[in-house]
Ligand binder design. Structure first.
Ligand code: UDP
Length: 472
C-alpha cells in the first residue's frame, strides 16, 4: 500500500524577505489563479521514498509552499519490494549511461516492476479522482501512468535524471519506459538536453530544480553562528571551547546540535584558514579522488588554503557499499600525498541521523568556504551548486549537466571544460584564492542568479504554467 506523507505548510509570505516585491506579487497573483484553476482538484505527487535524495529535497518545499498557499497538494510514497528496487536502481543507473548491476532489463524485470506497481494501484484508485492532477516523479512509479490516465486524471511525469549525451544503454532504457511515459499528458525534464528522443514535443516542458532558501541547509547564518556550528561539530578549531548550539529546524521547532562530524585529518582547520569546500556524496561521479589530487597537486602551498571534502557518513549506511569504498579510496589518495600537502586536506563525514543537523553543518561549511568546488564528472542538476551560490560563494565546477545552467563562466564562478583536467581545476581555484575582490564579485553575482532563477517560487510558477496549459 502506498503511504501518504504529511508535509508542514510553508508560508508564501516568507519570500518577501528575499525576492523583489514585483516577483512576490507575481507569485501571490499566481496563487489566486491557482485557486481558480485547481478549484476542488487535488494535486498528487508520487515517488518512491520519503527520506533522502534530491527528489525529496525538491518535493518537500513544492508540497509545503503549495499547501501554505491553500492549494490541496499531497504526497504518496510507493511501497516496493527488494526485487522492485533492484530493477528501478538498474533503470536509474542505465539512464545515466552505465549498466549498474549488469542485470538485464528484460521481460522478467518488467514483470517484477509491473507486479509491484499493480499491488500499489489500489491505493491510488481509492484516492485519485478524474478531476485530479498527478505528478509522477522518476522511473519508479512511472508504470502507474497508464492506469492513472485510464481513471481520467491529468498526469505529469517528472523525470529528474538525465545525461547530456545519451548512449545506447540510455536509449534502450528509454525504450523500456516509453510505453508508460508516452501516456502522460506532459513530461518534465530539468534541462533541454535531457529531453528524450521519441516523445511528443508538444507534451514536453523543461523545469529546472530550485532550492528552499528557508531551511537549515540554506537559511542565513550570522558569522558568530557559523563559527559556533563549525566548532561544536568539530569542523574547525580556534582554541575556544565549543558551546552548545541551538538552531531552528525546517518545521520551525528548536533543536540542539548533538553530534560531531567524522574527520580524517592531521590537525583541525583553524577558523581563519582559507577554505575550499566540496559537499558531495562519496560517489565516483563526484570524483572525490580527482578533487583531492587536483587540489593537492595544482593548488600551490603558498595559497595556504585548505580543502574540505564533506560527504554523508557512510559507516552507518550499510546499504551503500559504493560510498564506503569511495571514502576508502579517497583516504588512500590523501595518504599518498606529501605530508605538507596532506595536512591541508580534510575528509569529512557528516552525521546523517538527524537530517536538519546534517543540513546546518552543510550550511555552515559552505558559508565558511572561500571557494566552492563541484568537480563532478556528470551531473543532473547539482543542487549543491545552487546552495553554494545562494550563500554568495564563487563556484569552480565542471562544465557538465545542469551545472552549466547555473554557473555563468567568468561571472558567477569558473567552469572547467574537461572535468578530468586537474591542472585547470587547480588553476581556477588558485585564481580565485589570489583575487579576493573577484571572488567576492562572483559570489554576489552568484547569489543574484539564484535569486532570479533557482528559488522555489520559480519552479512553483513553472508548474502552475504547465497546469494552466493542461487543464484549460
Ligand atoms: N548533501 C547533504 N549532506 C551531505 C552531502 C550532500 O545534505 O553530507 C546534500 C546536498 O546539500 C544536496 C544533496 O545532498 O542538497 C545532493 O544533491 P545534488 O543534486 O548536488 O547531487 P546528488 O547527490 O543528487 O547527485
Amino acid at each position: 500500500m502506498a503511504q501518504e506523507i504529511t508535509v508542514p505548510s510553508r508560508d508564501p509570505e516568507w519570500f518577501r524577505s528575499v525576492l523583489p516585491p514585483a516577483r512576490v506579487e507575481e507569485f501571490l497573483a499566481a496563487i489566486t489563479e491557482a485557486h481558480g484553476l485547481l478549484n476542488r482538484r487535488v494535486v498528487w505527487n508520487v515517488n518512491s521514498t520519503s527520506r533522502g535524495g534530491g527528489v525529496v529535497e525538491l518535493l518537500r518545499p513544492l508540497v509545503g509552499y503549495a499547501r501554505g498557499a491553500g492549494i490541496d497538494v499531497r504526497w504518496l510514497v510507493l511501497d516496493g519490494t527488494e526485487g522492485f528496487f533492484e530493477v528501478t536502481k538498474r533503470i536509474h543507473n542505465r539512464l545515466h549511461g552505465s549498466t549498474g548491476d549488469d542485470g538485464p532489463l528484460d521481460e522478467r524485470a518488467r514483470r517484477v516492476y509491473e507486479d509491484v506497481l499493480a499491488d500499489n494501484l489500489q491505493s491510488f484508485v481509492d484516492r485519485v479522482r478524474d478531476v485530479d492532477v498527478v505528478i509522477v516523479h522518476d522511473p519508479q512509479p512511472a508504470g502507474l501512468i497508464p492506469a492513472l490516465r485510464a481513471r481520467g486524471a491529468t498526469v505529469i511525469w517528472r523525470c529528474h535524471v538525465g545525461v547530456d549525451e545519451p548512449n545506447e544503454i540510455v536509449r534502450e532504457t528509454w525504450r523500456f519506459l516509453l510505453p508508460y511515459v508516452a501516456d502522460a499528458n506532459a513530461v518534465v525534464f530539468s534541462r533541454e538536453a535531457f529531453v528524450w528522443e521519441g516523445l511528443d514535443r508538444n507534451r514536453v516542458a523543461v523545469i529546472p530544480p530550485t532550492i528552499d532558501v528557508f531551511t537549515p541547509k540554506n537559511y542565513d547564518l550570522q558569522p558568530q553562528m557559523i563559527r559556533a556550528v563549525l566548532r561544536v561539530s568539530g569542523l574547525v578549531a580556534d582554541g575556544e571551547a565549543p558551546e552548545p548550539v541551538t538552531f531552528e529546524r525546517a518545521d520551525g521547532t528548536l533543536a540542539r546540535i548533538e553530534r560531531r562530524a567524522g574527520i580524517v585529518e592531521d590537525e583541525p582547520v583553524h577558523v581563519d584558514d582559507r577554505l575550499v569546500v566540496q559537499v558531495s556524496r562519496w560517489d565516483a561521479l563526484k570524483d572525490p579522488v580527482g578533487v583531492i589530487r587536483g587540489f593537492g597537486e595544482h593548488v600551490p602551498l603558498e595559497t595556504r588554503a585548505h580543502l574540505a571534502y564533506a560527504g554523508p557518513a557512510v559507516d552507518a549506511v550499510s546499504d551503500d557499499p559504493e560510498g564506503a569504498r569511495m571514502l576508502r579510496r579517497s583516504i588512500e589518495e590523501r595518504n599518498r600525498l606529501p605530508a605538507e600537502v596532506r595536512r591541508r586536506i580534510h575528509l569529512i563525514t557528516l552525521p546523517m541521523d538527524d537530517l536538519d543537523e546534517n543540513a546546518i553543518m552543510v550550511n555552515a561549511l559552505q558559508r565558511q568556504a572561500h571557494v566552492i568546488a563541484q568537480k563532478s564528472l556528470a551531473e543532473g542538476f547539482g543542487l549543491t551548486v545552487a546552495e553554494a551560490m545562494w550563500k554568495g560563494r564563487p563556484v569552480v565546477a565542471s562544465r557538465v549537466g545542469g551545472i552549466q545552467d547555473q554557473v555563468l563562466d567568468g561571472e558567477t564562478g569558473i567552469l572547467i571544460d574537461d572535468p578530468r583536467d586537474l591542472a585547470a581545476f587547480g588553476r581556477a581555484i588558485s585564481e580565485l584564492l589570489s583575487d579576493a575582490d573577484r571572488a567576492a564579485r562572483m559570489g554576489e553575482a552568484a547569489r543574484e542568479r539564484v535569486r532570479d532563477r533557482f528559488v522555489s517560487v520559480r519552479s512553483l510558477l513553472d508548474y502552475l504554467a504547465l497546469m494552466r496549459r493542461l487543464l484549460r
